[in-house]
Design a protein around this ligand. Structure first.
Ligand code: 13P
Length: 249
């Protein structure tokens, strides 16, 4: 059966020393969690943090990877480079990357494929913006995002993905989807996966909720059958806040 997961996404926060200190604190405080724990860090932290957390229950994710294998792409970091640090996951398709860096369905398709080719498990993010939710278009938006970038995968490849539903209107805003809203769309996402890949793949896919998730609302969200954990931004930047969310399981 699918795993429960609490994953952090530090985004563009923490310099190297601060990031290493946070990872060390988490290593100390996270023991025998009732779920898988992942922290997503900026590229510069990956090698040090992955080494530090080698013998801990915490896995490490990159927040992005390049859409090319290697070569003359100044400033980019390939999936192979990410994997060589010891990171085992890669966040792909975060709404901030789609919005600010023009990441299209096609670009994300490449990134997912390169991550998988390098044995990284993609944490693939989908979710609608406020206007789309207000127009009740959230279902068609997440369907298009899945069809555009990951439904080209084989069932075996898709089985390596973690899906994160992150309504853009809830990210960093303090607004959270209600447990009912989140459960409803998570169930819909799982039904789309079942339609495409069958019930077994759908049942085994972890679908995380992201968007102003904190220790207070995590319990109510995670109690739902189709919400398998969270992708946490702001509340992953303090060890105690992040640990409190892990304890929701
Ligand atoms: P916040 O938890 O800060 O709303 O961010 C959510 C997010 O974008 C995680 O990827």
């Amino acid at each position: 059966m699918r795993k429960n997961i609490v994953a952090g996404n530090w985004k563009m926060n923490k310099n190297l020393q601060e990031g290493v200190a946070l990872a060390a604190e988490l290593k100390e405080k996270v023991s025998n969690p009732n779920c898988d724990v992942i922290i997503g860090t900026p590229f510069i932290h990956l090698a040090t943090v992955a080494e530090l957390l080698k013998d801990s229950p915490i896995a490490v994710a990159a927040e992005n990877c390049a859409d090319h294998t290697s070569g003359a792409y100044t400033g980019e970091v390939s999936a192979e480079m990410v994997a060589s640090t010891g990171a085992t996951y890669c966040i792909i398709g975060h709404s901030e990357r789609r919005t600010y860096y023009g990441e299209t369905y096609e670009i994300l398709r490449e990134k997912v494929q390169l991550a998988l080719a390098n044995n990284l498990r993609p944490i693939f993010c989908i979710g609608e913006v406020k206007e789309e939710r207000e127009a009740n278009r959230q279902n068609e938006v997440v369907k298009a995002q899945l069809e555009g970038s990951v439904f080209n995968l084989s069932a075996e490849e898709f089985g390596k993905l973690v899906i994160a539903y992150e309504p853009v209107w809830a990210i960093g805003t303090g607004l959270t989807a209600t447990p009912e809203q989140a459960q409803e769309i998570h169930a819909y996402i799982r039904s789309l996966i079942a339609e495409k890949y069958g019930n077994e793949v759908a049942d085994n896919t972890s679908i995380l909720y992201g968007g102003s998730c904190n220790a207070k609302n995590a319990v109510g969200l995670f109690a739902n059958p189709d919400i398998d954990g969270g992708l946490i931004g702001g509340a992953s930047l303090k060890a105690d806040d992040f640990c409190a969310i892990i304890s929701a399981f």
